[in-house]
Design a protein around this ligand. Structure first.
Ligand code: MTE
Ligand code: MO
Length: 251
């Protein structure tokens, strides 16, 4: 017996449905292409088309307000740290660098720059951290670092007034790589002026003599080979921000 509910589908109906589906697909593609073209015709705002930049700004606000700097990056045991640490990024790592004449420049004020040797920095208490280092390109590695807590450094060198400014800028000696970071994240207890990796001095391509380790941020902010640093109420310029990434880069 045939079911009353069962419908007989005619060839014409199949054809109509197929045509309709194809039309939908066409409209969809036309929309996607038009949207893409539109996006790229939009004025650029710090390296990203404005609608994308606006989305990034909205994300930054969410990260700043909800995730904040009160959270702490997960830490690991020494045996979880990889022995061979990937090297990534060499902007500001010019060949002609002379480490023997290096000093960290701390710009306290106009015409007031503190110059510190690596030994002076090493004289402060050492803090070690093993955490999952995350690059924005999609890889991550558990790595082991040692150095001076930035907050200890600020205390020791009496930079408390400067550290009230919203931003900190850090620049390589040749000024080719530079980052801007909210000072709150700089003062986070896991943020280090780092001079050691796996218990040994930093290798040259990993930022000898001094780099930043800031586990609450993506890799882009972990500037290698710091030449100078300063505090500011305005956003310091930032290498990857200028290339379209978000400024905050929080995790
Ligand atoms: N001076 C300098 N620091 C830098 C970069 C760079 O190109 N130049 N790249 C950043 C990026 S994108 C990452 S992921 C990390 C990589 O650190 P590593 O080479 O020790 O793995 O360094 C950051 N610090
Ligand atoms: Mo990165």
């Amino acid at each position: 017996m045939m079911n009353d509910e069962e419908k007989i589908v005619t060839d014409a109906q199949v054809r109509n449905k197929t045509l309709l589906s194809m039309l939908f697909l066409l409209v969809f593609f036309a929309g996607a292409v038009t949207g893409w073209k539109w996006l790229h015709k939009q004025p650029k705002d710090e390296g990203a088309p404005r609608p994308l930049r606006n989305a990034l700004i909205a994300n930054e606000l969410i990260f700043e307000n909800i995730f904040s700097n009160n959270h702490t990056a997960k830490t690991f045991s020494k045996k979880s740290a990889v022995p061979r640490v990937r090297v990534n990024g060499d902007a500001g790592m010019s060949e002609d660098f002379d480490p023997s004449s290096w000093k960290l420049e701390v710009i306290r004020n106009v015409n007031d720059t503190l110059r510190l040797s690596l030994d002076e920095i090493k004289a402060l208490p050492k803090t070690e951290i093993i955490f999952d280092f995350k690059c924005i390109e999609g890889w991550s590695q558990v790595t082991h670092w040692g150095g001076v807590r930035f907050s200890d450094f600020v205390k020791k060198y009496g930079l408390d007034e400067q550290a009230k400014l919203q931003f900190t800028g850090l620049v390589t000696p040749d000024m080719e790589y530079y980052v801007g970071i909210d000072t709150k994240s700089m003062m986070h207890p896991q943020t280090l002026l780092c001079y050691e990796m796996n218990g040994a001095p930093l290798p040259m391509n990993q930022g000898y003599p001094l780099r930043l380790i800031i586990p609450v941020k993506y890799g882009v902010k972990h500037i290698k080979r710091i030449g100078s640093l300063f505090f500011s109420s305005q956003r310091p310029k930032d290498y990857w921000y200028e290339r379209g990434y978000d400024y905050y880069c929080g995790l």
